[in-house]
Design a protein around this ligand. Sequence first.
Ligand code: ADP
Ligand code: MG
Length: 257
Amino acid sequence: MGKIIAITNQKGGVGKTTTALNLSASLALANEDILVIDSDPQGNLTSGFGIKKEDMKAGLYEVYSGKASIEDAVLQTIIPNLYIIATSMDLFAAEIELLETQERENLLKLLLKPLKEKFRYIFIDCPPSFGLLTLNALVAAESVIVPVQCEYFAMEGLSILIKLLWRIRGNFNETLDIEGILLTMYNRHLALSRQIADDVRRVFKSKVYDTVIPRNVVLAESPSHGKPAVLYAPNSSGAQGYIALAKEILNENNLLF
Ligand code: ADP
Ligand code: MG
């Protein structure tokens, strides 16, 4: 049975999409069957996999609006056992159209039901906002991965997010868990980076992954080549970071069984 994990943080530019791209690819390269869903209308995850609108039979918008079945929207990526539900800018309209739908916060959860058996993990890359697209992801998910950039205001952003997650638990999804908090864009030569990492670990303890993703330009460059860094430059420090994260997640989840 697959586990649905939303990758979320209301702040933009913290590494959500980079994590969705490289973690899903690392797990797929470790022979797990993986699905990633691009739930940000900006479509950075879609283009990071080198997928263009003309490659898509249907995207997440068409699924939400009932114009296509979810099976029609599942597309194979360059990694054979890694699949994506891609997105175009049309998804901006879903945020508005969902307001008029009866199952407006439950829809993604219902739509994903037939796919849960087929994948070990389903990751949802969230937009940097608290709208209905994020709410649908958090209702569908069993847990969340929260990327946190090792920069000023990281703790403030994180405490806002934790409050939101508690509200979601209270109102919509009582078992929603924190899968892990991921420190991203870490620069070990910067005192600020080290201090933020220490602060986050002191407060959130074992919820913080041991793995830290370093700041590495390869992670920023590889999407323009339509590939995750773990394929484009597997020996780069950024790629190695995500490969280590994939191992940590597999170990943690096995221990639970
Ligand atoms: P989000 O999805 O949270 O908005 P992104 O994953 O798109 O954030 O990252 C924001 C920008 O920072 C992108 O240009 C991305 O390529 C770059 N980036 C992300 N993680 C790293 C990293 N560890 N090192 C260097 N650049 C990074
Ligand atoms: Mg993003």
